[in-house]
Design a binder for this molecule. Structure first.
Ligand code: URA
Length: 216
């Protein structure tokens, strides 16, 4: 926000603010940033299209994080990604400062479905497709919850997978248990909320209350 104020883009009651310490009253003042109305809300919810090479963490010395991709007008203290994607996975990351909301959508009891598109090095045979649907057993003996899997391409190498849990490297480990390797992984939805396809990789936007409700 400090940089935005210095750039002269922040207007309070149509007058540019030059002092970053200036306190506006969101109840009574009209605040615009770059010509757009700025409404204060207790918590913020951001949809990011994560590119490869970016870490799903608030801080990671020497590496670019998803929080580094949040533009200044959405930046606040306490932002974190609600759930992690691997560094080489792309797609929908929800960033918020509301710990209770994150806890709710990540809780194994809530079973919020996350939808992924995976490109594999080889097709999964029908026996292993059935294992996905009943519960793949990972290399450490953990039995996954039943997942949905749909073959999307003729060669069988592109699949849509819906998970109700989020174990470390889960899809890669499920594929490995079925003798397949994930070349590319993309998260396209959380609950019933799909990644906005107008967001280029690395771009983000705020979510509305209606969109948030689609996640739960
Ligand atoms: N499963 C994985 O293996 N990686 C991810 O990033 C998400 C799900």
């Amino acid at each position: 926000m400090r940089d935005l104020v210095k750039s002269g883009k922040v207007l309070v009651n149509s007058k540019p603010v030059s002092d970053p310490a200036f306190k506006a009253d969101p109840e009574t003042d009209s605040i615009t940033v770059g010509g757009k109305a700025f409404g204060y809300s207790e918590y913020i919810y951001i949809m990011l299209n994560k590119p490869k090479g970016v870490v799903s963490a608030s801080r990671s010395p020497g590496e670019k994080t998803v929080i580094d991709l949040v533009p200044p007008e959405f930046k606040r203290n306490g932002l974190f990604p609600a759930g992690r994607l691997d560094k080489d996975t792309t797609g929908f990351v929800l960033i918020t400062d509301n710990g209770d909301f994150a806890h709710e959508i990540l809780s194994p009891k809530k079973h919020v479905v996350k939808t992924y598109i995976a490109c594999l090095d080889r097709a999964i045979d029908s026996e292993n497709l059935e294992k996905f649907r009943t519960g793949v057993v990972l290399e450490d003996g953990y039995e996954c919850l039943p997942a949905e899997i749909k073959v999307l391409s003729e060669d069988g190498k592109t699949v849509e997978i819906k998970l109700r849990e989020g174990k470390y490297h889960q899809i890669k480990r499920m594929a490995a248990a079925c003798r397949s390797h994930v070349n590319e992984l993309h998260r396209c939805a959380m609950g019933n909320l799909f990644l906005d396809d107008s967001l280029q990789q690395g771009e983000c936007r705020l979510l509305s209350e209606e969109e948030l409700a689609l996640i739960k």
